[in-house]
Design a protein around this ligand. Structure first.
Ligand code: NAX
Length: 335
């Protein structure tokens, strides 16, 4: 029997990342051979762009695309949804304080969480892409009464993929031979990209780096002075070079995130921001990036990996930022 179509809701579908996402999802890059229904949620100003994208989707005649609906009503958009990709967010405007940004996004992600709880399918999985992604996921999860919080995740896969890309380039290998890179913490400049448990063709990445760069000290210097800051600030580098923010790579990472969540990682580790249950001493309930695997029923944190003192301090700094974001949102009476 043919399984029913998967309903995928994309918010901010008329924006840049939305435009890069829709066609790949419709082509089957995210859900394999499953039929797909797309629900595109926009605000009134973004409706025409989303409607235009819907016309183009029709013109592609994707064999597995059952239908496309464009709406500015969250209730309609999330009705029966199996996968929700929360991309639309309020960007930081000139002179906007962090608290204002958090409040503006709480006004988006809170009602969307409530609409997901009201109408989504029982198996719904949600990923927050719009920034501040970790805290937006937390806000949506707390507003989605009745849905297990672990169904809500945030995207740090772009950071993960960027880290793999940097290692691959430096070691002159293809990304596919690199395993076990970890992004810890927040999707922000405080994130900690960690290669301590990574391997390259099965060999510890730190040893391969030492061979290639002229010894362990040179490898460590490269990791501290080049790799970590470059991955953490890659978004700004893309804006500087390209003149606009990451779009295709962000959409690709969002697709990787959902595909691995719902179809499974087949034993490979990746990174995703998930609700902490206290793993690695991260306060419970924070949406924090961890090493994860999925068997197709959702991401699970890989526990028991060692962190040396310096790595621990980096994770703690990023977690402190997540705690501060949660406190700022709580102070607004939102959580
Ligand atoms: P755009 O400004 O191109 O698109 C955003 C779209 O969202 C607009 O069309 C807007 O009308 C819509 N929107 C705003 N409020 C909405 C609401 N309440 N309901 C539905 N739609 C709404 O931004 P884009 O380049 O697509 O980026 C989208 C978000 O992704 C931003 O918040 C951005 O910071 C974030 N990113 C997150 C990344 C991550 O790794 N987590 C990386 C890429 C990206 O920077």
């Amino acid at each position: 029997m043919t399984p029913p179509p998967v309903t995928v809701t994309i918010t901010g579908a008329g924006g840049q990342i939305g435009y890069a996402l829709l066609f790949r999802i419709a082509a089957g890059d995210m859900l394999g051979d499953r039929d797909v229904r797309l629900r595109l949620l926009e605000i009134p100003q973004g409706m025409r762009a989303a409607e235009g994208a819907a016309l183009e989707l029709q013109d592609c005649a994707f064999p597995r695309l059952v239908d496309v609906e464009v709406t500015d009503d969250p209730g309609t958009a999330f009705d029966g949804c199996n996968v929700a990709m929360l991309v639309g967010a309020r960007p930081r405007g000139p002179g906007m304080e962090r608290a204002d940004l958090l409040a503006a996004n709480a006004g988006i992600f809170g009602p969307q969480g409530a609409a997901i709880a009201a109408g989504a399918a029982a198996d719904v999985r949600v990923v927050a892409v719009g920034n501040p992604a970790n805290t937006n996921a937390l806000i949506a999860a707390s507003a989605a009464r009745g849905i297990p919080p672990e169904r809500f995740t945030a995207l740090t896969r772009l950071d993960h993929n960027r880290a793999v890309g940097q290692l691959a380039e430096t070691l002159a290998v293809r990304p596919g031979v690199i395993e076990g890179v970890i992004i810890w913490g927040n999707h922000s400049a405080t994130q900690f990209p960690d290669v301590a448990h990574a391997t390259v063709d099965g060999v510890p990445a730190v040893d391969v780096l030492a061979d290639r760069l002229g010894g362990p000290d040179a490898a460590r210097a490269w990791l501290d002075d080049v790799f970590v800051p470059r991955v953490a600030r890659r978004g700004a580098e893309i804006i500087e070079v390209r003149g606009s923010s990451s779009v295709a790579s962000a959409a690709g990472a969002a697709i990787d995130h959902v595909r691995d969540d719902v179809l499974g990682t087949r034993g490979h580790r990746t990174s995703a921001a998930v609700v902490s249950r206290g793993e690695y001493g991260v306060p419970e309930g924070l949406v924090c990036s961890f090493p994860v695997v999925s068997d197709g029923t959702g991401y699970r944190v890989v526990e028991g990996l060692s962190l040396d003192d310096r790595s621990r301090a980096r994770l703690d700094a990023s977690v402190a930022e997540l705690v501060a974001e949660r406190e700022a949102v709580a102070a607004l009476g939102i959580l």
